[in-house]
Design a protein around this ligand. Structure first.
Ligand SMILES: [Zn+2]
Length: 244
């Protein structure tokens, strides 16, 4: 039993060290992740503007074609206006001319509007591209920093992971399951230790004196009544040294 408790506590110590190692990387992993998202966001915005330009080019070209068509029609109507034989024909051709003139004005307006939207989009793309380049540069720097930090901790991390694997292999499946369950619920500490001679190191609550005696026998797996963590004796904890 004592060995079972010692293994669980060893696993806890190794996990705590791995956690500290991860923490030593500071905010860098989070910062890099955020910056990658920002870069992707900017790229998407630029693409959106490009799509807008493509759509506007098509719409502008269509307006341009229609404009040419109506201009030709207008020329034709104007020359026909001189050849009318009666008022009715004159009125009809006048109506056509008015319609063509209105259409041309409207198409010219559309043409301008498409052109305007395109030049705005182009300016936006320029500004976004500038921002994107800056962000990419910053990201590259942070990635280098992160790589350096990771490299510095890699050796220790590999060592700890190797040790963890060995220890975990010696622990019963149900103990591991329970360990993981507590860890998921309580964070990094699954296996607490008697703290200040009478408390649970996990939640700092007092352990009943009778339980303290039992725990110190190292012959059963005890759970803290307050936080549900496993508790091992302070004496047993001193026999565990994961740095060795
Ligand atoms: Zn507790």
């Amino acid at each position: 039993m004592e060995e079972r408790l010692r293994l669980l506590y060893t696993l806890q110590m190794l996990d705590a060290n791995l956690f500290r190692l991860e923490e030593s990387k500071g905010d860098l992993p989070g910062i890099v992740r955020q910056m990658r998202e920002d870069v992707a966001q900017l790229e998407a915005s630029i693409q959106q503007k490009r799509d807008l330009i493509t759509a506007n080019v098509a719409a502008r070209n269509k307006a341009d074609e229609d404009l040419i068509e109506f201009t030709e029609k207008l020329e034709r109507y104007k020359s026909q206006q001189y050849q009318v034989r009666n008022n009715k024909e004159y009125d009809a051709i006048t109506k056509e001319i008015e319609f063509a003139v209105e259409s041309i004005a409207s198409l010219q307006g559309q043409f301008q509007s498409f052109e305007g939207q395109m030049s705005t989009a182009k300016l936006d793309i320029d500004a976004l591209t500038l921002k994107l380049d800056e962000k990419k540069e910053e990201l590259a720097e942070k990635e280098v920093d992160l790589a350096k930090v990771s490299e510095a901790t890699e050796e220790e991390e590999t060592k700890l992971r190797g040790a963890r694997e060995k220890v975990a292999a010696q622990i019963a499946r149900e103990d591991i399951a329970q360990y993981d369950r507590i860890r998921n619920a309580r964070g990094i500490v699954s296996v607490a230790v008697i703290w200040k001679n009478r408390c649970c190191s996990g939640c700092k609550n007092q352990i009943p004196p009778q339980h303290l005696i039992e725990i110190r026998k190292n012959d059963a797996l005890y759970m803290c009544q307050h936080c549900g963590r496993m508790i091992v004796s302070d004496q047993l904890a001193t026999t565990v040294d994961v740095d060795a």
